[in-house]
Write a new protein. Structure first.
Length: 335
């Protein structure tokens, strides 16, 4: 459609057509975060919105089932009776925690051994079979062991508090030369898998929520351009304030000011001629007024432009959803 022509100097009203660029340039607006938006019956009957909703539900289901599968897949026991040598130094070793396994620790006379448990874990009790030949010093989530004399094998039992839950560790202690250990670090594969599964579930749920927000936002934005458009507008006044497009759909009035032009103050004219400032929001080049008026008056300083709606007032959408769209309904949470 052609751009509008203006002849404000003659005092004539000039017809302003609506260009289709609005459909491409409306920016997204987020709904208030404290609200709950659901699809209405009208939206559920719409083929487009029904398809979008189906995609969203599949993503939600995938996030829950996928995370559950990661959590519930059985894994073989990974505990080892003898700690595995580390990649850099064989004297620093790793072992997977299993309450039903006894871990063998080989020490060396006059050498200390460090046993490190899980982060945040605290030692509640530590019991040595031979308290004469071995010295023990628990500190936080670490136990320090040191053989004080050459003696036969003995055992060690350690009970810890892991975030409110007890853990029990059983050790077989002996002295040797070929398998001397300086450090033992426990790993917790089951907890690590559960944490990874939880993080994946949270991430996927956040993605699904973001898609849901995008769907509802798109529906709210689409409400501005849906329905039959009225382009029967004329203007009178200073052309410096004149928008290049004016239209409404019976519920929203849209003015276009391309190139991020300065937007004048916008007033509605009551039947008695008084001016009332109107609510609106800006979406890129477009000013979206949240109502339809018989007459609008734009002001910037001493310059004035009047906009006249020459078509009969109408409202094609009889239902009310608490939002600008008949596809998305606002409800109080819990109802």
């Amino acid at each position: 459609m052609n751009e509008a022509s203006s002849t404000p100097e003659t005092g004539e009203r000039v017809v302003i057509p609506f260009l289709p660029a609005l459909r491409k340039k409306l920016a997204k607006r987020l709904s208030p975060p404290a609200t709950e938006l659901v699809v209405t019956d009208v939206g559920a009957r719409s083929r487009f919105w029904r398809g979008v909703g189906a995609i969203w539900r599949q993503l939600v289901a995938f996030s829950v089932v996928g995370a559950a599968a990661v959590t519930l897949v059985p894994h073989p026991a990974l505990a080892s009776e003898t700690p595995v040598p580390g990649a850099k130094d064989a004297r620093v070793r790793n072992v997977n925690y299993d309450p039903d396994q006894v871990v063998t620790i080989v020490g060396s006379f006059r050498h200390a051994i460090e046993i490190q448990f899980g982060p945040g874990e605290t030692i509640s009790q530590a019991a040595l079979g031979d308290t004469v030949s071995w010295q023990i010093a628990p500190v936080g989530n670490i136990v320090f062991l040191k053989p004080r004399e050459r003696a036969g094998p003995t055992n060690l039992i350690v009970v810890t508090n892991a975030n409110g839950s007890p853990r029990t560790y059983h050790f077989n202690l002996s002295l040797g030369t070929g398998q001397t250990m300086y450090g033992i670090r426990f790993r917790y594969p089951r907890e690590e898998r559960a944490l990874v599964a939880l993080q994946a579930q949270v991430a996927q749920a956040q993605t699904a929520k973001a898609i849901e927000t995008t769907v509802t936002t798109a529906a709210l934005d689409h409400a501005v351009i849906e329905g039959t458009r009225n382009m029967n507008y004329t203007v009178q006044g200073d052309s410096a304030l004149q928008p290049t497009e004016i239209s409404d759909n019976g519920e929203f009035t849209v003015l276009r000011y391309p190139g991020h032009a300065d937007i004048p103050s916008i007033f509605a004219i009551d039947v008695d001629g008084t001016e009332t400032i109107v609510p609106y929001d800006v979406r890129e080049d477009f000013v979206v007024i949240h109502a339809v008026y018989r007459q609008l008056r734009l002001r910037r300083g001493t310059t004035v432009l009047c906009i006249f709606n020459e078509a009969p007032l109408r409202n094609d959408r009889g239902d009310r959803t608490g939002t600008v769209s008949n596809v998305v309904e606002r409800k109080v949470k819990g109802q």
